[in-house]
Design a protein around this ligand. Structure first.
Ligand code: ATP
Ligand code: MG
Length: 418
């Protein structure tokens, strides 16, 4: 128990964390290029924010939230996704009064969902995400999709499937929901309990139920029932995607179905070796959400991308980015005087941007060399008492197995200007 991490959580160990850092770096770089700035919101929020902001007819809210009462008897929830907190901060900080659109991103944001742990499904996972507030044209829908594709590509992941759909707006959805209810009504007794409860309030969610959706493939699609404005928006999106050279597939079954989610929804998915599919990125437009949470009517759109899922895709495809060198130089010392000189040398090397270290365990010279070898360090400096008196140190090139004597005063320059 004590030495076992909780179910559904994962350590990111030192030998792997460079891959995580590369993903995060690519996210920050791509976002900066496209005019996005970082927002960081708390790990927990008032439960009500997610009930309203994610929607209390979603799986996330109904089944998956980490909710608890704090010592002040407030209901608190660990964030299951990034959008609701960003919208709350947008409203609370009056960002809507600044220059719009506000283009925001978050990197490696911890998210918590009480899911059944299985491949690709963790209880604590991490999302990169973007949110844009105050932009209603479909050009921004295409822009954030392109951004997601670029970030995946920067991490060696391309050729993923882009599926898009439109789930309309409150205008066209009303008539559609009636049609959908008519279709669902006779099937109601065969649906799961959660879906039966969704029938009145949010029947579109039923189409997203992992259990029931396969039985409902001939359900009427929102896409065939769009109003003129939503239909025009979708056509424009397709035009922009084509102009950006992005291939897409229209999947009328994608529903991120809440009343305040509108128009564009999309998913970026990949096949898995066992014949399944893995969603790496999901997003959509939520033109009604800012208002729903108490702000002025402001269009919004965003996506979330699972970092662990990206790592999984890299693993599946055998994409292992090269690990950076752990250290550039290691300083081997013999004796107390030498260690004193070594401590100073390492500090000077680090100040020049050389990744350097020395033995802190008072080990034999042989053991120090062995250690440097294990770490694959290319340059080893040897400081020994007698040579120190002569004012020289030895520089050993571990790859070439060559050793040269260098005046102590020149060693930093020699290594730093390698
Ligand atoms: P799914 O259909 O796989 O349950 P979702 O619709 O619940 O996905 P979103 O809410 O759209 O997922 O989250 C965005 C992204 O976050 C997903 O595409 C995925 O990469 C990642 N993600 C979601 N849930 C988990 C989880 N439990 N473990 C790891 N990553 C996850
Ligand atoms: Mg889910």
């Amino acid at each position: 128990m004590l030495t076992q991490a909780p179910k559904g959580t994962q350590d990111m160990l030192p030998q792997d964390s460079y891959r995580w850092q590369a993903i995060e770096r690519s996210m920050r770089e791509a976002c900066a290029l496209a005019g996005f700035r970082e927002i960081r919101t708390p790990i927990f929020e008032h439960t009500e924010l997610f009930q309203r902001g994610v929607g209390d007819t979603t799986d996330v809210v109904q089944k998956e939230m980490y909710t608890f009462e704090d010592k002040g008897n407030r209901s608190i929830t660990l964030k299951p996704e990034g959008t609701a907190g960003a919208v709350r901060a947008f409203i609370e900080s009056h960002m809507y009064a600044d220059a719009l659109p506000a283009k925001l991103y978050y990197a490696a944001c911890p998210c918590f969902r009480y899911e059944k742990p299985q491949s690709g499904r963790l209880r604590q996972f991490h999302q990169n995400g973007v949110e844009v507030f105050g932009a209603k044209d479909a050009s921004v829908d295409a822009e954030i999709i392109k951004l997601a594709m670029d970030i995946l590509k920067a991490n060696g992941i391309d050729g993923l499937k882009l599926n898009i759909n439109s789930i309309g707006c409150p205008n066209c959805r009303k008539a559609y929901l009636e049609k959908l209810r008519e279709y669902l009504r006779p099937k109601l007794p065969t649906l799961c309990k959660t879906c039966q409860e969704r029938f009145d309030r949010n029947p579109m969610r039923i189409l997203d139920c992992k259990e029931d959706a396969p039985k409902l493939t001939d359900a009427p699609a929102m896409l065939d029932n769009l109003c003129e404005e939503c239909s025009a928006h979708f056509e424009k999106l397709k035009g922009y995607l084509t102009a950006l050279g992005l291939e897409y597939r229209i999947d009328p079954r994608i529903v991120r179905g809440l009343d305040y989610y509108t128009k564009t929804v999309f998913e970026i998915i990949t096949d898995t070796p066992d014949g399944g599919e893995l969603t790496v990125c999901g997003g959509g437009r939520y033109d009604g959400l800012v208002e729903e949470l108490g702000g002025p009517a402001t269009p919004g759109i965003g996506w979330g991308m699972g970092i662990e899922r990206m790592l999984m895709v890299q693993d599946i495809r055998g994409i292992v980015p090269a690990a950076p060198d752990y250290l550039d130089a290691f300083v081997v010392t013999l004796g107390d005087d030498a260690r004193m000189a070594g401590v100073k040398l390492v500090a000077e090397l680090r100040a020049k941007g050389v990744k350097a270290d020395l033995d802190h365990a008072a080990r034999s010279m042989k053991a120090q060399f062995k250690y440097a070898g294990k770490l694959n360090v290319k340059k080893v400096v040897v400081i020994a008492g007698d040579e120190l008196e002569k004012g020289v140190v030895k520089l050993r090139d571990m790859e070439k197995s060559e050793e040269t004597e260098v005046p102590a005063g020149e060693i930093v320059e020699r290594i730093a200007n390698r």
